[in-house]
Ligand binder design. Structure first.
Ligand SMILES: Cc1cc2nc3c(=O)[nH]c(=O)nc-3n(C[C@H](O)[C@H](O)[C@H](O)COP(=O)(O)OP(=O)(O)OC[C@H]3O[C@@H](n4cnc5c(N)ncnc54)[C@H](O)[C@@H]3O)c2cc1C
Length: 420
């Protein structure tokens, strides 16, 4: 039976959910506080559809590495700023508790299951609906290591079953000649042939064009959702200031803001914003830039060719107050890019951006049921929201349609809420 679903959030997760619902014949009202979609974290992310490289940040050894990173100045992969904020302390304690290799492996398994389903879902939407126009490429992902002990450690966790291959330095160079500039520093790499890249902002815009063409979608933009009306464990309406939106089901896909909206209902979502940065560099006709998606493991920088541009993304700032770009961090990112792919173009002309990843301590998103019978979660996708969006949307659409989730939601939902 067709339902009217109200979604809060017009980022990649909310839009993919709307798209999956519309494909199943439902009607969607999407509430977005900005005038346009994808103006927050989905705007200029790394562009990686990193389906096989999904290990969460929380891992054994990370707390010690983090101490060393803090001494690296502005180029450090991670910076920590202590705030007088119990929310930060609670999140950091849970993060530290998740920094064990058994926990990391378990959560990597949950993320891999969702990520591979996401790849299938996007492939289906592209093939059946002709979705196009968002710089999508299936070019494989090469994670390069400058340090042989990190390479050996990663090789032990590598998933050959999902098509990953261990390469030496010469094989990395043969596969990606643009790495020539750092050839002498390379210890080797891990290649995932099936991984993809795309432009997340364009993807959101393409999804929305299709949604609008369906005639069963409307966007309420320019004002934030402020809360919910509820009775007897059921949501009756979404509140936008003075206005109320009635619907049969409600989806919270507001990224970092999902936690504060959920709090109005007494629900605690362990989502905390971790800031990151990107540069978008126009490529010259004779640019020597990577064709593959490349991750520089030691510096924690990702590179993706998106049409005629190179997207460079990196860094985690814990304790950032807002998404304002920090000029010193961006200069450090420019220097890292220049040293790795010097022939890609003029890094001074690159467009700079910063965004806040909506992160749970374990790195796994919160999908599915809540204590309210018709309120569903789709939030907390952290560093992998673009990668996971299509599957997350499809999972929610199945649940709202009254079917089982197409994949197990073990480890991917709010504890103590069984997905119906
Ligand atoms: C530097 C960086 C690089 C990244 N690289 C990658 C990558 O390569 N691959 C990958 O998979 N992921 C990557 N990510 C992560 C990815 O970008 C995020 O996980 C994803 O964008 C989250 O999408 P979202 O829809 O949940 O949140 P958002 O995109 O933030 O969308 C939430 C939306 O909800 C709206 N909203 C909030 N509150 C309200 C309200 N009260 N009422 C109405 N609307 C509201 C907001 O305006 C916003 O538009 C990266 C992130 C960063 C910062």
């Amino acid at each position: 039976m067709s339902k009217h679903v109200a979604i809060v959030g017009g980022g990649v997760v909310g839009l993919a959910t709307a798209y999956a619902l519309i494909r199943e014949g439902h009607e969607v009202s999407l509430c977005e506080s900005h005038a346009q979609v994808a103006q927050e974290t989905s705007h200029a992310n790394g562009g990686q559809l990193s389906y096989r490289y999904v290990s969460p940040l929380a891992d054994a050894g990370v707390p010690f590495k983090a101490l060393a990173w803090m001494l690296q100045g502005e180029a450090a992969p991670l910076k920590f700023r202590l705030r007088l904020e119990p929310r930060q302390w609670r999140w950091c304690l849970s993060f530290l508790a998740a920094c064990r290799s058994s926990v990391n492996q378990r959560n990597t398994g949950h993320l891999l299951r969702l990520a591979l389903h996401s790849q299938q879902t996007l492939a289906q939407w592209r093939a059946q609906d002709g979705l196009d126009g968002f710089a999508w490429r299936s070019n494989g992902k090469l994670v390069v290591y400058r340090n042989s002990s990190s390479l050996h450690q990663a090789a032990r966790k590598m998933s050959e079953a999902s098509g990953q291959q261990l390469l030496d330095a010469a094989q990395c160079l043969a596969l990606e000649p643009a790495l020539e500039g750092i050839a002498r520093q390379l210890a080797g790499g891990i290649y995932s042939a099936g991984d993809e890249v795309a432009d997340c902002l364009r993807f959101c815009q393409v999804l929305e064009q299709r949604l609008q063409a369906s005639g069963r979608y409307r966007r309420l933009s320019g004002r934030p959702a402020t809360g919910f009306e509820h009775a007897a464990g059921k949501i009756q309406a979404l509140r936008l200031g003075e206005e109320s939106i009635n619907a049969d089901a409600f989806v919270l896909a507001a990224g970092n803001h999902s936690a504060s909206l959920a709090r109005t209902l007494g629900l605690h979502l362990p989502i905390y914003p971790l800031k990151g940065y990107s540069l978008t560099l126009p490529l010259a006709a004779d640019a020597i830039a990577p064709e593959l998606s490349v991750t520089d493991f030691d510096h924690k920088v990702v590179y993706a060719r998106l049409g005629h541009q190179l997207r460079v993304a990196a860094m985690v700032d814990i304790g950032a107050r807002d998404a304002q770009p920090n000029a010193r961090r961006l200069s450090a990112l420019r220097r890292l890019g220049e040293r790795t792919f010097p022939g890609a173009g003029n890094y001074q002309q690159a467009e700079a951006w910063a965004g806040l990843r909506p992160c749970t301590p374990q790195g796994t998103p919160l999908l599915g049921a809540t204590a309210f019978t018709n309120l569903w979660l789709n939030s907390g996708h952290g560093s992998l929201g673009f990668t996971l969006a299509c599957a997350s949307g499809q999972v929610l659409s199945s649940l709202i349609s009254g079917r089982k989730s197409p994949i197990s939601l073990e480890g991917l939902s709010l504890p103590n809420c069984n997905s119906r």
